[in-house]
Design a binder for this molecule. Structure first.
Ligand code: HEC
Length: 457
């Protein structure tokens, strides 16, 4: 009976958001979506990039070229599983959402058995290999998803706007290897969460190749995570447009300015031909205004962000490669490979692209000063227009809030951009404790089984 209850609990935890969840911006990947998307496509990492860290750090032009190539891989169209659809979505939309993590972790932990759970034993390699295809077809076993309901759900995908709703609308998506790494290290996560608040930021890393406190090793090179900003599009909803050329940046982030992106310089109403647009299964239409990307191709990650622009070929869009086509030609990009700018003359190489050269100059790109990269749509805090991704993310795993990091020039100089830690407890990932709260998924599940298994023989 208990096993039956567990299976029921497992099944119910899944599709519940489907029927018009209360917050449409957090509509996730339900079991039917997952079947449509299939087992996600890995991130095709360049394993040679780590050896080029110095080259990236010391040459802005190379850094931006590599970043655009990375963007292309993240956005590459990937076919949906049903060949009759003949449709594809950008690669990142095939990646895992929080509810994929919940389904897969619950299944792995259930199958581990009482003895394995009590020992906090590892999942077997076979179990880890099998969990992705299981998740991609588990809808077929759900009583709540009989074949005709799935067929209707699929038939709903009438045009590209509907298709783009698959894997869209939620905040954070994880490449498959991020999931595998968290599964392999679930016991480490359980163990580290209560220890994190007391961790000394100056303590040397546990070993020369592991600066984390939660995992037996750092994330693998093909780990990639994106954070999306989807904005409602119907009923004439306008989207703020931002001037990110030298003028707009100087006004916002020069010394003494508030460094706040605010609501936008213009009001825009771009159609689906000018901005990536998706209709979710609940009928709501969203625009992709911004996309953060972090990949573990560099040890402290490569940090990239894309933002939509009404004037896309100037400044941070001026060097966009022609190979990046379609709607993506309307996005601008910045990149950070280290906390400090190490290009001895970051703007010199851009004489042929004067608007980009001027904009980079306006970010204060000078060797030895903190690097810069910030997204007008995703970074809304006071001081957040003067940040660089890596400086704030170094604190992931601590109890600090972004607001504290942005606004304490004594402890966290330059709006938190300087590297001030010697260890990086969760490998720069906030998701264990914030928003998706993956750590709580693991600890709640463990506590649930402990409540009746602990003390049993
Ligand atoms: C001031 C702090 C801060 C800055 C600056 C910042 N982030 Fe984050 N980031 C967060 C927090 C906090 C989260 C957790 C999710 C949330 O609260 O939205 C997060 C989440 C993410 C995620 C999802 C994975 C995770 O860690 O949970 C990605 C990817 C990401 N950020 C990339 C970037 C990139 C790229 C930049 C720079 C362009 C950037 N971030 C700048 C604080 C920051």
């Amino acid at each position: 009976v208990r096993r039956l209850l567990l299976i029921v609990a497992l099944a119910c935890g899944c599709g519940s958001r489907l029927d018009g969840g209360s917050d449409p911006t957090h509509d996730d990947v339900n079991p039917a979506d997952r079947k449509i998307l299939g087992v996600p496509e890995p991130y095709p990492a360049d394993p040679g990039l780590r050896d080029r860290q110095d080259e990236l750090d010391s040459a802005m032009r190379t850094r931006r070229q590599i970043a655009w190539a990375t963007v292309q891989k993240v956005l590459q169209p990937i076919a949906l599983t049903d060949p009759t659809l003949g449709a594809s979505v950008p690669r990142f939309q095939t990646w895992y959402a929080k509810d994929d993590f919940v389904r897969m972790f619950k299944k792995l932990y259930l199958d581990l058995g009482t003895a394995g759970r009590k020992a906090r034993g590892p999942f077997s390699d076979e179990a880890l290999v099998a969990i992705f295809p299981w998740n991609a077809t588990m809808v077929d076993q759900l009583a709540s998803w009989p074949a005709d309901r799935y067929a209707q759900y699929l038939a709903r995908l009438q045009n590209d706007l509907d298709v783009q709703g698959e894997g869209a609308g939620h905040r954070v998506s994880y490449s498959p290897s991020v999931m595998s790494h968290l599964f392999r290290n679930y016991a480490g996560v359980l163990d580290c969460l209560p220890r994190l608040p007391a961790l000394d930021p100056a303590a040397p890393p546990v070993s020369s190749d592991n600066f984390t406190a939660c995992y037996a090793s750092e994330f693998p090179v093909d780990a990639a995570v994106v954070k999306a900003q989807w904005v409602r599009a119907e009923f004439g909803a306008k989207l703020g447009g931002y001037v990110t050329g030298a003028d707009g940046l100087t006004r916002r982030i020069a010394d003494g300015a508030a460094a706040d992106w605010g609501d936008g310089d213009t009001q825009e109403d771009p159609g689906a031909d000018r901005i990536h647009t998706a209709r979710l299964s609940n009928g709501n239409v969203f625009r992709l205004a911004g996309l953060h990307i972090m990949t573990k191709e560099l040890r402290k990650w490569l940090w990239i962000t894309l933002w939509w622009s009404p004037d896309p070929d100037s400044d941070f869009g001026a060097d966009r490669p022609v190979a990046l086509d379609g709607v993506w030609r309307n996005y601008k990009m910045c990149v950070v490979s280290a906390a400090d700018e190490k290009d001895p003359a970051p703007t010199d190489a851009f004489a042929d692209l004067p608007s980009l050269q001027a904009a980079l100059g306006a970010t204060g790109a000078i060797a030895g000063t903190p690097s810069w990269c910030s997204n007008p749509y995703l970074e809304k805090g006071a001081g957040n227009a003067r940040t660089n991704c890596i400086g704030c993310h170094q604190h992931a795993g601590t109890a600090l809030t972004p607001e504290q990091i942005l606004a304490d020039p004594t402890r966290f100089p330059d709006n938190g951009r300087r590297e001030v830690r010697a260890n990086f407890p969760t490998d720069y990932l906030w998701a264990l404790q914030r928003t998706d709260n993956l750590g709580a998924v693991v600890s709640d599940e463990a506590a649930y089984y402990d409540s009746f298994e602990k003390g049993t023989p």
